[in-house]
Design a binder for this molecule. Structure first.
Ligand SMILES: [Zn+2]
Ligand SMILES: [Zn+2]
Length: 302
C-alpha cells in the first residue's frame, strides 16, 4: 500500500513562538504534495523538511486570517526567482481569491501560471488516486475544513479467472477492470467476470480542521477518519476565550474525534499561552486516548 505522509510545518496559532512556527501541513501521496495553509515562514519550514519548495502544485487556504496565508507571497516570490515553470493552483474562500491575486500581481509578478479557485462546499479536486473536498466551519470569517480521501478500491483483478474465460493477456484486462464491456468470439464479458470484490477496501481519509468552534458537521465529515487534524487553540480553563474568538479547546476537539470515531486525533494551532504540550495532551486524552500533539517538522505516515 502506497504510504500517505503528513508533515507538520508548524504548530502555533495567531502568533509564532520561539520554538513554534505557524500551523500548516503537507499531505504527500503518489508524488503529489498538497500544502494546507501557507502562513508566514512556511517556505523556510519547507526548506527544513523533506519537501521541495518547487514541487507543490496545489495549496489550500482555510481562511483569510494573517496566520494562515501571509506566507504565499514570499514563497511564490522565491519560486519566481528560481524560475518555476509549472502551474500552481491556489484554493481559497471567495474574498481571499481576489486579495491574493491582487497582491501577487502588484508585488510579486509570478513567472509561472497561477490558477485561482474558490473553495466551495463539496469536491474541489479529483483525480484517479484521491479527492479533496471542503466544508464550512464556524469562525470569525469564512473558513473551510479540507478532507483528503484516497480512492476506494473496488476489488482485485483475478488473473486466473480471466485466463480461464479465455480472455487474452493484454490491454483487455485493464479495459474490463475499468468497467468497460468487451466481446470475444461473440461472448460478452464485464468487470464482474474478472474481479474479486471481496478484496475491496475503503480509501484512507485525513481531515484538516482549521480555526472553528465545534459544530456537528465536523463530526459528520470526520466519520472513521484515519487522522483528524484539529486546531486546539485553547484549554478548557480558557473556554470563554475560545467562545469569544471562535476557537476550540483541546477537550472539545477530543470530544469531536470520539463522536466521529476517528482513528487518531492530532492537535495543533496552539496559543502561546499554552506552552506545555503535556497539559494539552492530558486534557484531550480524558475524552479520546488516541490523541497526539503535532510536533514541528514531524512526519506521520499511514
Ligand atoms: Zn489561526
Ligand atoms: Zn482564524
Amino acid at each position: 500500500m502506497e504510504p500517505i505522509k503528513v508533515t507538520f510545518l508548524g504548530t502555533s496559532g495567531s502568533v509564532p513562538q520561539k520554538d513554534k512556527n505557524f500551523a500548516s501541513l503537507i499531505i504527500s501521496y503518489k508524488g503529489e504534495n498538497l500544502l494546507f495553509d501557507c502562513p508566514e515562514g512556511t517556505q523556510r519550514q519547507i526548506m527544513s523538511s523533506p519537501h521541495s519548495l518547487m514541487k507543490i502544485n496545489h495549496v489550500f487556504i482555510s481562511h483569510m486570517h494573517a496566520d494562515h496565508f501571509l506566507g504565499l507571497f514570499g514563497w511564490i516570490a522565491t519560486m519566481t526567482m528560481n524560475q518555476r515553470k509549472e502551474k500552481l493552483v491556489i484554493y481559497s474562500p471567495k474574498k481571499g481569491k481576489e486579495k491574493i491575486k491582487k497582491i501577487l500581481a502588484e508585488v510579486v509578478k509570478p513567472s509561472f501560471e497561477i490558477e485561482y479557485k474558490e473553495t466551495k462546499k463539496g469536491t474541489i479536486l479529483k483525480n484517479k488516486d484521491f479527492e479533496i473536498s471542503a466544508f464550512p466551519l464556524k469562525h470569525e470569517v469564512t473558513c473551510f475544513a479540507y478532507v483528503f480521501k484516497e480512492k476506494n478500491k473496488i476489488g482485485e483483478f483475478n488473473r486466473k479467472k480471466a485466463e480461464k474465460l479465455g480472455i487474452p493477456v493484454g490491454p483487455l484486462y485493464s479495459k474490463l477492470v475499468s468497467g468497460k464491456t468487451i466481446k470475444i468470439n461473440g461472448k460478452t464479458f464485464t468487470q464482474k467476470d474478472v474481479m474479486d470484490y471481496s478484496k475491496s477496501k475503503e480509501g484512507r481519509k485525513i481531515v484538516f480542521v482549521s480555526d472553528t468552534r465545534p459544530i456537528k458537521e465536523i463530526i459528520q465529515h470526520s466519520k472513521n477518519a484515519d487522522i483528524l487534524i484539529h486546531e486546539a487553540t485553547f484549554l478548557e480553563k480558557q473556554k470563554d476565550k475560545a467562545i469569544e474568538t471562535l476557537h476550540t479547546t483541546a477537550l472539545e476537539a477530543a470530544t469531536t474525534a470520539k463522536k466521529a470515531k476517528a482513528k487518531k486525533l492530532i492537535l495543533f494551532h496552539f496559543s502561546a499561552r499554552n506552552s506545555d504540550p503535556e497539559e494539552i495532551l492530558k486534557e484531550a486524552k480524558k475524552e479520546f486516548s488516541e490523541t497526539k500533539i503535532a510536533k514541528e517538522l514531524e512526519t506521520i505516515t499511514i
